[in-house]
Design a protein around this ligand. Structure first.
Ligand code: HGY
Ligand code: MN
Ligand code: MN
Length: 411
């Protein structure tokens, strides 16, 4: 069996570990995550790593180097998922990094290799992503620790419930800072599949605005309330959602999504009194994103005024577009050329932990083709040959970095 197929099998094995009876779903420090960590810990230890869980719930494997370089190389991705997820988003990046370590056998590099499985990237449980990587970047503030999930449990309490110490999260920031962070990830879109290409270098990660938007009117009887006397929150939301779509269709490179919508009272025979929804807006150029978000906020206010509704807007996330480290991308590119591959550079429409870690260390990403461009869906897939190519590039990257680490050392 090729390594590629072995790693596909491992990802599919983890996809069976879920907090839901139907579909793959694991959130921050959930029971499913604990079971997932047990399996990944076994694979990390089999590859010769020392494994621990840090106080932000990240799974951490360390493969010691020969001591020549104090700064480690960090590789990894996230182990949490969206609801009804595929088997490879995030997970493949952790499994592939473990395999690169395993392929070293007893060889020691000049630097330690740290493999991390981040505890929360998708932001499902607390409506805010990147909890694990923020801790490693030293940006997990008290404000994040105080966020509460739908059951009213705070991030800090979830950390305590898992047997960890939320008072220690400030200690997690990596010291010394790693030479680099390398994340392997599926593209999650159609570009490579359409071009029949195996891998790509990521040059920038699109910026991301996420907000919670609420329209409030008056719930009333569906049968007795005349149409001209209604303040129907859902009709207002519907008018705005079509404006959200129209704005993106009219703006090159902009994507907007209303992915979650809650209606109250949410019964067939009552006029909707309140609608709460999420807005996700992304673009590789922050000024374009800011202009779009400003226009969408203004149109929501106008729609609410015109329908005697009230309107609330709560910012959940404003993540800047993040360029990858040019030097590290070039090193990855030369590793790819050594593997006989000539790779395109492309922007990532999806957000990734690399955009958080890029604030404090050189970060680079290698994309693997997503067959049919599907992701955040059970039909998400990856091809064994692309994993084999990624392992070849990753192996050459470790070799190139071992030969050039002195030029990247910062401490
Ligand atoms: O939403 C995203 O872009 C990523 O999958 N968390
Ligand atoms: Mn995702
Ligand atoms: Mn991901």
């Amino acid at each position: 069996m090729s390594n590629g197929q072995k790693l596909i099998d491992r990802c599919r094995e983890l996809a069976q570990i879920s907090d839901n009876a139907d579909g793959t779903f694991r959130t921050f420090l959930s029971p499913g995550m604990r079971r997932c960590y047990e399996t990944v810990t076994y694979w990390m230890e089999s590859a010769g790593m020392q494994v621990h869980i840090d106080d932000a719930g990240n799974l951490r494997g360390v493969f010691p180097g020969d001591g020549c370089c104090a700064q480690p190389l960090l590789m990894g991705s996230h182990l949490d998922t969206v609801r009804n997820a595929g088997a490879f988003d995030g997970i493949l990046g952790v499994i592939l990094a473990i395999e690169l370590v395993e392929m070293l056998g007893s060889r020691k590099l000049p630097f330690d290799i740290q493999v991390v499985g981040f505890s929360e990237e998708e932001g499902v449980r607390f409506s805010t992503p990147f909890i694990g990587s923020r801790a490693l970047a030293g940006s997990l503030t008290e404000e994040f620790l105080a966020l509460r999930d739908a059951a009213g449990i705070s991030v800090a309490q979830a950390i305590r419930d898992f047997g960890l110490d939320p008072n220690n999260t400030a200690e997690i920031a990596l010291k010394p800072v790693p030479l680099a962070f390398l994340e392997f990830h599926i593209e999650q879109g159609p570009v490579l599949d359409h071009a029949s290409e195996s891998l790509a270098l990521v040059d920038t990660i699109a910026g991301l605005t996420r907000a919670r938007v609420t329209f409030t009117g008056h719930a009333n009887h569906a049968g007795t309330t005349p149409m001209n006397l209604r303040s129907d929150a859902l009709c207002g939301a519907a008018e705005w959602i079509t404006e959200v779509e129209r704005t993106a269709l009219a703006t090159s490179g902009l994507v907007t999504t209303v992915g979650k919508l809650d209606v109250t009272p949410g019964v067939a025979n009552a006029v909707p009194g309140e609608v709460t929804m999420t807005l996700d807006c992304r673009h590789a150029d922050d000024s374009v994103r800011f202009t779009a978000v400003k226009a969408l906020r203004a149109s929501a206010i106008a729609i609410a005024d015109g329908r005697q509704l009230t309107f609330k807007w709560a910012d959940l996330l404003n993540q800047a577009a993040t360029p990858m480290h040019a030097g590290m991308v070039e090193l990855l590119n030369s590793a790819a050329r050594q593997s006989g591959l000539s790779l395109r550079r492309m922007a990532s429409g999806a957000g990734h932990d690399a955009m958080i870690l890029a604030a404090c260390m050189p970060a680079a990403m290698l994309f693997l083709r997503s067959p049919r461009g599907i992701s955040h869906h059970p039909d998400e897939a990856v091809m064994a040959e692309d994993i084999d190519n990624a392992l070849a590039v990753g192996g050459n990257f470790l070799k190139c970095l071992s030969q050039t680490y002195k030029q990247w050392e910062t401490s």
